[in-house]
Design a binder for this molecule. Structure first.
Ligand code: PA5
Ligand code: NI
Length: 196
């Protein structure tokens, strides 16, 4: 890999980077156990393994001094009353942060720490969201008809740790209630044991 400066373009309407190395596509079948309405999940999956989100990554060496960047596109839709969303993860190197810049759409970032603190921040065009070190993060598209497009950048050594989230999900779910995105408790979530 050449270590020379380079420029990318993110152009409307889809904001796919003008150059990228990896295109990841995640479909419904990759989200087994993540949606609380398991019946709706099974029903939808039986019809079609729909595309939920895509990630375009610019590869760099996975080193602390590097920055990894790309575009995440969460398509609109719902499983039951829960919106389409990313799997979500902690960084394997927990003490690494991430910045998201929303290019298009409407949504929220659901976040939590290993201790059970939680936060939900809005995502809208032009907003810059800082995810501090130690906070797991998941993007949720709350629009009925538009893609949620975000640019992200994080340290090269961060890594993705999906394990804890795959086990019990995030503490909070984002569902549609009376036509509005609403934050509710995840019944599957249990508080971490506090060491004495
Ligand atoms: O590192 C990030 O936070 C992003 O690049 C995400 O990986 C991307 O948004 C897809 O989400 P996930 O990795 O949780 O499937
Ligand atoms: Ni991340």
């Amino acid at each position: 890999m050449k270590d020379v400066p380079f420029t990318l373009e993110l152009n409307a309407p889809d904001f796919i980077p003008s150059q990228y190395d990896k295109h990841i596509r995640r479909t419904l079948s990759a989200m087994k156990g993540q949606y609380s309405d398991q019946e709706s999940y099974a029903c939808l999956l039986a019809k079609e393994d729909s595309l939920l989100y895509e990630v375009y990554e610019v590869t760099r060496p996975e080193l602390a001094g590097e920055l990894l960047q790309g575009i995440s596109i969460v398509h609109p839709g719902q499983v039951g009353d829960e919106y389409f969303m990313t799997k979500g993860h902690f960084h394997t190197v927990l003490d690494t942060a991430e910045v998201y810049i929303c290019q298009k759409g409407q949504g929220v970032m659901v976040m939590e720490t290993p201790e059970g603190d939680w936060a939900v921040e809005p995502l809208y065009p032009g907003c810059v969201l800082y995810v501090p070190p130690r906070w797991a993060h998941r993007s949720v598209n709350t629009s009925p008809d538009e893609d949620l497009v975000t640019f992200f950048v994080y340290p090269g050594n961060a890594g993705h740790d999906y394990g804890a989230i795959e086990e019990q999900g995030f503490r909070k779910l984002v569902v549609e209630r009376n036509g509005q995105p609403t934050i509710i408790d995840n019944p599957r979530w249990s508080a971490p044991e506090v060491e004495k």
